[in-house]
Structure formats: structure tokens, C-alpha cells
Design a protein around this ligand. Structure first.
Ligand SMILES: NC(=O)c1ccc[n+]([C@@H]2O[C@H](COP(=O)([O-])OP(=O)(O)OC[C@H]3O[C@@H](n4cnc5c(N)ncnc54)[C@H](O)[C@@H]3O)[C@@H](O)[C@H]2O)c1
Ligand SMILES: O=C(O)[C@H]1O[C@H](OP(=O)(O)OP(=O)(O)OC[C@H]2O[C@@H](n3ccc(=O)[nH]c3=O)[C@H](O)[C@@H]2O)[C@H](O)[C@@H](O)[C@@H]1O
Length: 389
């Protein structure tokens, strides 16, 4: 635990606070809990339906933290204890959501309920009780870039004003309703507007975070090992699963879409700055991403194959990638964001935050983790039973 006095960006002492973290048992939540417990004196009321990813923080041997984290197994859809926890806390952080693209077109109702309806009471309790809220939205609220509607060979596509995604200037461009992929982005957009309106009309102190493809250890699950065999996680876990099993990586519609990936540990630094600098963070929407780590999905696959071979000692795959149609991979109603580059002006100005880790370095540490965590389990799961004589 940090024994020294923590100061904010303006040199003022940061007093220890109690944080109600909803969705604390997920990928981002687990890293945020670790950071808060190891570097600050704040207390965490961790709310989730699962706690596997934060078990190491809850076990009795982590004595130094035991009094600063409490796990509450609560489904926020229907649990009257939620308001009490929000009242006990100085700050609520809401991370709870269905946020894997394979669900958006196949479980659109669950997606809309999870990202909009279930978040409503959280916003209401914070507003009514004058509690600060940090709400997790997504870069998907931007949808497609303006540039994607220009002719393929238009030189305007190179002009940043047609692709750079800015919190206070870019429009939100989604596909038609039958493209149910956008159920998630649309629900997130509406909850952002509601949070913003609570701020404008009722004085809610809020910050909205728009993550741009945060990746790292503990993201999602490996199908058939710590998640359902038929489940489709986000791209990092899909490609990790292929590499661990020695299969080609599946490129949806040729892997032409572009993403900027940021290392989870860099991104968590930004969230801690928001937590401890309310005067600079309240009332703002922040892009949090790494504009320097842009690749096509195909380039990501090739880089992951190269890094995995290096960290595992396994020979490189003869055929590293294979094409698959989005209909085959995700089903009817899938659509895609073409390109996602975050404008960093606002987060730079308000919090002075910049990401540090290159894509190669973050893949090296993440794939080392994946190999250590899963290689043996995969070997056992795929071993052929020895025929009895
Ligand atoms: N990882 C990213 O790069 C990324 C990008 C954009 C947006 N986000 C947003 O950040 C947030 C966290 O994402 P993540 O990657 O950690 O996802 P995650 O799925 O790992 O974590 C979400 C957690 O919320 C919990 N949860 C869901 N519904 C709940 C309910 N009804 N009651 C209690 N707990 C519930 C889940 O059990 C899970 O542990 C989400 O809101 C997501 O939309 C993440
Ligand atoms: O992480 C984010 O910032 C946001 O974007 C993600 O959306 P997306 O980037 O499309 O999700 P991934 O599953 O990580 O897919 C990235 C790209 O890889 C492709 N992909 C995925 C998996 C695979 O095996 N092969 C493959 O080519 C997808 O089609 C897509 O083009 C999710 O919607 C959210 O977690 C989040 O809100």
C-alpha cells in the first residue's frame, strides 16, 4: 500500500475515498482493482456476478488489502442492495455491460438491456444521492468514419478531419436497424446522453470514458478452457485461442478493418487520473486509446503469430491466417467499424495523459501471459486418449 500522501495534478492532497465499482470482476475491473489497491489508500466495494478475475485480491493471504476490498455478488438487474452501496461510496464506477460483438447481433435484447436499461438505476441513484459517477461507454459510439462514405480512391480519406474521432465534434454514424451490430453502440450512446442530461439538468458530477480497444492479460476467455467452447470472445482472445491450438487465425471479411490498440496498464493510468482529479475530469467525455498503435486486423494477426512464436518457442504456423465471411463467423446482422483513431486533445489538456506501450511490446507481455496461463490446459484438452489394448 502507498504510505506517502497522494497529490492530484494541481498539488492538492488526495483524500482516501470509497469507490463502488460495478463490473469489478471483469477484464478492466480486475486491473483497476489491482491498481487502486497497490498504489492508493482507497477502498473498493467490488460488485459483480463473477469474481474469478479478482480472486487473487480477495484471498486471505493478500492481507494487506483485505480491509480495502469487499466483494458483493450482485446482479444489478434486480438487487435492492445496489442503492445502499452507492450511498456508502464517494464515487461509483460503472463497468457492467455485455460488450462482445458476437452478442450484439445474436442477443440484441440482452445487449440493449445490459447497456441501457440496467445502467439507468445506477445513474439515478448517483444523481439522487449527489454521488460522482464515472461511466464506461465505448469508442463504438462513433460508429463508422465519415471517410468510409467517400470513394475508395478519394485523397480526402487521408485528411484527418474525415477519420479522426473527436469527443466534441465527430458525429455518431451507425448502420441501418437490421444491422443489429449497432444495438450496443446505440444503447451506449443513449446512456451517455442520459448521463450528460443528468449533469446538465440535475447537477450530476460525471465523467464518461470511451475506451479504444484496451487489451492485455485476463481479457475475455479462451473457448473450451475458461469459457464456452462455442463462445466467440473479442479479437485478442480469438487469435490467442487459435495460436494456442496451432490453428490459422480467422480474418473476418479479409481483416481489412483498422483498430488502434492500447495496453490495459497504460489505460488504467488514465482512469486513476480521472478518479483522483475530479475538478479536471467532471463534465468531460474522454477518448482513451493509443493513436500510434494502428493496424489492420490482418496486420494484428501477422504480428501476433510472430510474437507468439517468439515467446512460446513454437514454430511459426505454415498458414498463419484464413479468410472467413462475417456472416459465417458472426451470423446475420453483423457490421463493422472501419477505422478508429482517437483524438487525444481533451485527455491531454485535462489530465496530461499519454499512452506509452508499443503494440509489439504489449503483445509480447500479453502473449507471454496467455502462453503461461493456457498452453498446458490446451495441451491436456486436445490430447488424444491413449487407446486401451
Ligand atoms: N475492453 C475494452 O477495450 C472496452 C472497450 C470499449 C468499452 N468497454 C467498456 O468497458 C466496460 C468494461 O469492459 P470489459 O472489457 O472489462 O468487459 P468484461 O465483460 O470483462 O467486464 C464486464 C463485467 O461486468 C459484469 N456484469 C455484466 N452485467 C452485470 C450485471 N447485470 N450485474 C453485475 N455485474 C455485471 C460482468 O460479469 C463482467 O465481469 C464495459 O462497459 C464495456 O462496454 C471496454
Ligand atoms: O474494444 C473496444 O474498443 C470496443 O470495440 C469492440 O469491438 P471490436 O473492436 O469490433 O471487437 P473485436 O472483437 O475485438 O474485433 C476487432 C476486429 O477483429 C475482427 N475479428 C475478430 C475476431 C476474429 O477471430 N477475427 C477477426 O477478424 C472483427 O471482425 C473486427 O473487425 C467491442 O465492441 C467492445 O469490447 C468495445 O466496446
Amino acid at each position: 500500500m502507498a504510505s506517502t500522501v497522494r497529490v492530484d495534478l494541481d498539488g492538492n492532497e488526495v483524500k482516501a475515498m470509497t469507490i463502488c465499482m460495478i463490473g469489478a470482476g471483469g477484464f478492466i475491473g480486475s486491473h483497476l482493482c489491482e491498481k487502486i489497491l497497490s498504489e492508493t489508500s482507497h477502498k473498493v466495494l467490488a460488485v459483480d456476478v463473477y469474481n474469478d478475475k479478482i480472486k487473487h485480491l480477495l484471498e486471505p493471504q493478500t492481507k494487506q488489502w483485505v480491509e480495502r476490498i469487499q466483494f458483493h455478488r450482485i446482479n444489478i438487474k434486480h438487487d435492492s442492495r445496489l442503492e445502499g452501496l452507492i450511498k456508502m461510496a464517494d464515487l461509483t464506477i460503472n463497468l457492467a455491460a455485455i460488450c462482445t460483438p458476437a452478442d450484439y447481433n445474436t442477443r440484441p435484447l440482452d445487449t440493449i438491456y445490459s447497456n441501457f436499461i440496467d445502467a439507468l438505476p445506477v445513474v439515478k441513484y448517483c444523481s439522487e444521492n449527489n454521488k460522482r459517477l464515472i461511466h464506461f461507454s465505448t469508442c463504438e459510439v462513433y460508429g463508422k468514419t465519415i471517410g468510409s462514405f467517400l470513394p475508395k480512391d478519394s485523397p480526402l480519406r487521408e485528411d484527418p478531419q474525415f477519420y479522426l474521432l473527436s469527443e466534441d465534434a465527430s458525429p455518431c454514424i451507425f448502420g441501418p436497424i437490421e444491422k443489429q451490430r449497432w444495438s450496443y453502440a446505440c444503447a451506449k450512446q443513449l446512456i451517455e446522453r442520459l448521463v450528460y442530461a443528468e449533469g446538465a439538468e440535475n447537477g450530476l458530477e460525471f465523467t464518461i470514458v470511451r475506451p479504444f480497444n484496451w487489451i492485455g492479460p485476463r481479457m475475455d476467455f479462451i473457448p473450451g478452457i475458461d469459457g464456452p467452447s462455442e463462445g466467440v470472445p473479442r479479437v485478442l482472445a480469438c487469435f490467442s485461442n487459435n495460436l494456442l491450438r496451432g490453428e490459422p487465425l480467422k480474418l473476418v471479411d479479409g481483416g481489412e478493418s483498422q483498430r488502434t490498440f492500447v495496453y490495459i496498464k497504460d489505460a488504467i493510468e488514465a482512469v486513476l487520473l480521472m478518479i483522483e482529479n475530479p475538478a479536471r475530469a467532471n463534465g468531460h467525455i474522454f477518448n482513451v486509446g493509443n493513436p500510434h498503435n494502428e493496424v489492420t486486423v490482418k496486420q494484428l494477426a501477422e504480428m501476433m503469430a510472430e510474437v507468439y512464436s517468439k515467446v512460446s518457442g513454437e514454430p511459426a504456423l505454415e498458414q498463419p491466417t484464413i479468410d472467413v465471411s462475417s456472416k459465417e463467423f458472426y451470423g446475420e446482422g453483423y457490421d463493422d467499424s472501419d477505422k478508429r483513431i482517437p483524438d487525444m486533445t481533451i485527455i491531454n489538456r485535462q489530465l496530461g495523459w499519454n499512452p506509452k506501450t508499443s503494440l509489439w511490446d504489449l503483445l509480447e507481455s500479453t502473449l507471454t501471459y496467455q502462453h503461461r496461463t493456457y498452453a498446458e490446459a490446451i495441451k491436456q484438452a486436445t490430447a488424444k486418449p491413449v487407446a486401451s489394448s
